[in-house]
Design a protein around this ligand. Structure first.
Ligand SMILES: [Zn+2]
Length: 426
């Protein structure tokens, strides 16, 4: 009997325990859900956003940022940042601040971060434009922190931001991390904010020194670039898109604009357990295959693979790798492996050797095998001195088929002529 009671008691105990655990899990889940929605928030319950126009200070004396011709980065950063401020201020439940509101103000990265900390900011967005050493790169990218929840927040925002920027027609280079030699964040503004527990990203809208991107910054049909020639309308559009991305990230709504992003679904990003490093290894595959060679054109396929990230650009060389073409967009799928077909026309094919170079997300490149074009042209002229076409199975089959049809037509013609002649004789 006692044993029986004990068994009943044990059963009850287990049930109560299970119920308790379920209750704890439910409470934790509710907590997590709220945790996702409530940000640092000021005393009035507002989301606190700090916009940081990159660089600044008296011209030529301190930090101008990227310069190309008369385009100075700190000048255009300020235009974008102020437009972003204006637009984001139209949303409910958000308090927006600028780290500084004049391009002539010099401010250290630490001071910008301390300013954000003093406001208990939820996020700092650093506004920038890019330039590259060889002036070849183009497109938009967002630099994000490389650890834990900072990485998750950065990635989720960057995903929205780049989606907004792609609407302008800009090429999207990607979401990136960068680590310094000391193993900490490379970029000061990200490092300083991470130390202070603040989410921060760098938005590199596009390149000031590449013609693909310059058209977004400078007014078209102006011969000489100067600070006055910047396309204010476009730059303000950048700022508005930045603000929209922030509004979507925080699920804000605006009575004034008549938009509501409170149900906006952010990308699911798994929190990394270790620091997320950039892809410093070159693409593991880049191979080319000649499909067609004509008198002044070639068609070839390029197969490339980079399992750590994806391919952004390719360029080709017709002189065995001495000089390369400008960077071309690989595709917009950002898949780790793909094959594309390229046709080059109006080229002198009997001069050189074809090589293709592919670049991954972090601009690390790999070269393909070499195809000796002049060798192929020589082989062709040895084989036949009529039509200079050859190579590639497809065109070969097509040529053969055409020859066959031609031959058949000629035979038909002879037979008909023969029959006619016979009939005429009768
Ligand atoms: Zn910059």
């Amino acid at each position: 009997m006692r044993i029986f009671i004990n068994q009943v008691n044990n059963g009850l105990k287990i049930k109560t325990l299970i119920l308790r655990y379920i209750l704890i899990i439910v409470i934790m889940l509710i907590g997590l859900n709220y945790g996702n929605k409530v940000y640092g928030a000021d005393e009035n319950g507002n989301v606190v956003v700090v916009i940081d126009p990159g660089h600044g200070g008296l011209r030529g004396e301190s930090d101008d940022g990227a310069i190309n011709g008369n385009i100075v980065e700190r000048h255009i950063n300020m235009i974008v940042a102020k437009a972003m401020y204006e637009e984001l201020s139209k949303y409910n439940g958000v308090k927006v601040y600028l780290t500084h509101d004049s391009e002539d103000v010099s401010m250290s990265l630490r001071a910008r971060s301390e300013f954000a900390k003093s406001l208990n900011a939820d996020f700092l967005f650093s506004i920038h434009f890019n330039a590259s050493e060889l002036h070849g790169k183009y497109g938009s990218e967002v630099w994000i922190p490389s650890i834990g929840s900072y990485y998750v927040a950065g990635y989720q925002f960057a995903d929205i931001e780049l989606n907004e920027l792609s609407q302008m027609g800009l090429f999207i280079r990607g979401i990136k991390t960068r680590i310094g030699d000391d193993g900490d964040e490379y970029y000061g503004i990200i490092r300083e904010n991470e130390w202070r527990g603040i989410n921060a990203v760098i938005i590199e809208h596009c390149y000031v020194d590449n013609k693909e991107d310059r058209r977004y910054i400078v007014n078209e049909n102006t011969e000489n670039d100067n600070a006055e020639n910047v396309n204010i309308e476009n730059l303000e559009k950048f700022g508005k898109l930045d603000a929209t991305a922030v509004a979507k990230y925080f699920g804000l709504k605006s009575t004034e604009l008549g938009v509501d992003y409170s149900d906006y679904k952010k990308l699911d990003v798994v929190e990394p357990q270790e620091r997320v490093y950039p892809d410093n290894t070159p693409p593991e595959k880049c191979s080319i295959y000649l499909k067609y060679i004509g008198n002044n054109s070639i068609t070839f396929s390029v197969s490339a693979k980079d399992s750590d990230s994806y391919i952004n650009y390719y360029s080709y060389s017709l002189d065995g790798g001495k000089t390369f073409s400008e960077l071309k967009i690989w595709n917009d799928k950002r898949s780790s492996e793909d094959t594309i077909e390229v046709t080059l026309s109006d080229i002198n094919v009997d001069i050189g050797n074809l090589i293709v170079r592919v670049y991954n997300r972090d601009d690390v490149s790999s070269d393909s095998n070499i195809i000796e074009l002049n060798g192929i042209m020589k082989q062709k002229s040895d084989k036949t001195d009529s039509d200079n076409r050859s190579s590639e199975a497809k065109s070969f089959v097509k040529d053969n088929r055409n020859t066959f049809i031609g031959m058949a037509l000629i035979v038909c013609g002879i037979i008909i002529t023969f029959i006619c002649m016979k009939k005429c004789r009768r």
